[in-house]
Design a protein around this ligand. Sequence first.
Ligand SMILES: C[S@@+](CC[C@H](N)C(=O)[O-])C[C@H]1O[C@@H](n2cnc3c(N)ncnc32)[C@H](O)[C@@H]1O
Ligand code: SF4
Length: 364
Amino acid sequence: MYNPEELAVYIHWPYCKSKCPYCDFYKQLAHNVEQGKIVAEYLETLRKYHELLPNRKIKSVFFGGGTPSLLEPRYVAQIIDEISGLWPMLDNAEISLEANPNSRFQTMFADLKNAGVNRLSLGVQALNEADLRFLGRTHNLQTARLCLQEVVQTFANHSADLIYARPRQNLAEWETELKEIIAYGLRHLSLYQLTIEENTVFARKGVQALDDDKAVEMYDFTRDFLNSRGYPQYEVSNFAPDGFASVHNLTYWQGGDYIGIGQSAHGRLHLGDKMLATVYPFVDEELTPQERAEELLLMGMRLTQGINKSDFKQICGLDLSDIINKEKAKQLQELQLVEETAEVLRVTYKGFPLLNKIIEELCV
Ligand SMILES: C[S@@+](CC[C@H](N)C(=O)[O-])C[C@H]1O[C@@H](n2cnc3c(N)ncnc32)[C@H](O)[C@@H]1O
Ligand code: SF4
């Protein structure tokens, strides 16, 4: 539900110990990074945003990467303290941090909890040695398992990332990994199909993604398996029991306001009757209602609950029916790929593997 008073804060820590061969996220190697200096810049930027948006309430803070678990916990604490000193935090504000097992030190998770993090998202990626090596991960299976145990013991809210549809991976092997990951009792899972991105080591080496039929088979298996084990799909790649969807990521998908702090971080804001796009360090440009409406369509259709029409109108000022191709929407409904009611427009279970194509068709 859209609430114009609420604000989500993304803190980007774009430094990694090494570069994984599949990853095209903006990142730099973490050698000789002056953490104190960078954090001082972040705090300064937060204060500038507070001058622009003094009356907001914080619903979530997300430390994403790169590898934010390389940021010393005392700096994580300093950033959280600054945010909660500037704005009131909602009672149930979600404060997440993405951790990579390769940055583990003995008291890391306890220190992060003491710093104010209340949701830990662990980048496991694979639960067998051969595939961890293939993915260029610098942690081994034993460390992944140790971190998973520590995360569920330390935090009340948690998530893990795995990459599947790896070359040569078969369904039985994937099922073994899924059974293991759910046994930890995590509150949330992000499961991404391996994408071979341009300008990555995998692309240069000619690593091939699984063919489409096999990838769809794995996708359907994953959705059915997790649904039957209490982790229904709520977004293309995200699964969680009711009430444990990521508050922060829902803000992106549902069009709420957020600011991004850190190189390459971006944001979306309402200011008076204007809609603004921000690119670190500050406000970048004004968006037209049409531009924001198209973004809302792209993001909202990723959710199984679809797009709420009245929220859509409140956020961008346009009717959803005015920006979709009505003829195509009708055809997609006849094919049972899309469902529309007076309140929502959503993609069906059958439609999800074709999501990109469906969105293309719906855009006028
Ligand atoms: C920005 S990364 C940060 C996570 C953290 N640095 C780590 O590696 O554990 C977020 C997630 O995107 C996923 N990811 C990145 N590149 C991907 C790709 N090419 N294909 C599929 N998933 C990918 C991984 O699961 C990763 O955990
Ligand atoms: S997957 Fe994570 S650790 Fe690996 S390069 Fe990307 S951001 Fe860094």
